[in-house]
Design a protein around this ligand. Structure first.
Ligand SMILES: Nc1nc2c(c(=O)[nH]1)N[C@H]1C(S)=C(S)[C@@H](COP(=O)(O)O)O[C@H]1N2
Ligand SMILES: [Mo]
Length: 264
């Protein structure tokens, strides 16, 4: 059973993101602590859900060989968010970009790109399919989202992860994740949040993510269509409902008539 000392240490690790291995060890430790049952029982449920997903056939997106990587990965939607804030981040090489994780979590977090890059990473070569009728195969590297969500400690009843982006598709400059008409956002449910191929990606084809493809951080949610893969992510909001966010349909394109579950 975790002692108070363990809990303090874990909090420190989550805040500062020390050794990545220790993070996972500590999180597992806490999930076993009955005193935290009300917060972490949900995590146990999701672990079971995840294991069911792993056992079911066809639940992984196909992964390809390096030889299959497309020579050019088309960029689509916003190609550069622009605005003073984003331009400054580009000039600073994203040294001060933060990814916030908040909402229905026990430990709200704010992580730099450097901190994320120190966490365990997964690399996968997958095919991206856009509704506009094009596909591209690329190699993505990033932190599995489930590691971040376990560290943040999702509360009982939390369901959705909402990804807030720095770009406004209707031309307004970036507003730091504040939801205004035209601000890009997306959301996914538990099965995708805890799926091993769901990443907060910081690299495409072995290089840091470039501006056109979502620098510095973007979502990969491989069993769904292109528009679900939010670029320029600066905030992950955990919630039990997205009805009150923007147009209430769970994403920029969903608010404009596209399906929320865009399974391939
Ligand atoms: N923030 C943000 N994310 C976004 C978009 C966008 O315009 N803004 N376009 C979406 C669409 S429709 C597609 S097909 C992919 C394109 O990703 P790519 O530019 O890396 O090819 O990003 C998705 N994510
Ligand atoms: Mo797309």
């Amino acid at each position: 059973m975790a002692s108070t000392k363990d809990i303090t240490r874990r909090t420190a690790i989550v805040a500062g993101f020390g050794a990545a291995g220790a993070l996972i060890y500590e999180v597992n430790d806490l999930t076993l602590d009955p005193r935290f049952g009300h917060v972490f029982r949900g995590v146990e449920d999701w672990t079971r859900l995840n294991q069911r997903a792993l056992l079911a056939p066809g639940q992984f997106a196909r992964e390809f060989a390096p030889a299959d990587i497309s020579p050019v990965f088309k960029a689509n939607g916003t190609l550069n968010p622009g605005g003073d804030d984003y331009n400054r981040h580009v000039a600073e090489n994203f040294a001060n970009w933060r990814l916030r994780i908040d909402g229905m979590v026990a430990y709200p977090m704010s992580l730099s790109v450097a901190e994320l890059k120190r966490l365990p990473a997964r690399t996968q070569i997958t095919r991206h399919d856009c509704v506009e009728g094009w596909s591209a195969i690329g190699m993505w590297t990033g932190v599995p989202l489930r590691l971040l969500l376990k560290a943040a400690g999702m509360a009982v009843g939390a369901k959705y992860a909402v990804f807030h982006c720095a770009d406004n598709l209707e031309g307004e400059p970036a507003k730091g994740g504040e939801q205004s008409p035209g601000q890009y956002y997306e959301s996914i449910g538990l099965a995708d949040e805890f799926h091993p191929q769901t990443l907060i990606a910081w690299s495409l084809n072995g290089k840091p993510l470039d501006v056109a493809h979502g620098a510095p951080l973007r979502l990969r949610v491989e069993r769904q269509l292109g528009y679900k893969h939010a670029k320029y992510v600066n905030r992950i909001e955990i919630t039990d409902s997205f009805a009150k966010i923007a147009g209430g349909q769970g994403g920029y394109w969903e608010d404009r008539g596209y399906e929320w579950y865009a399974g391939i």
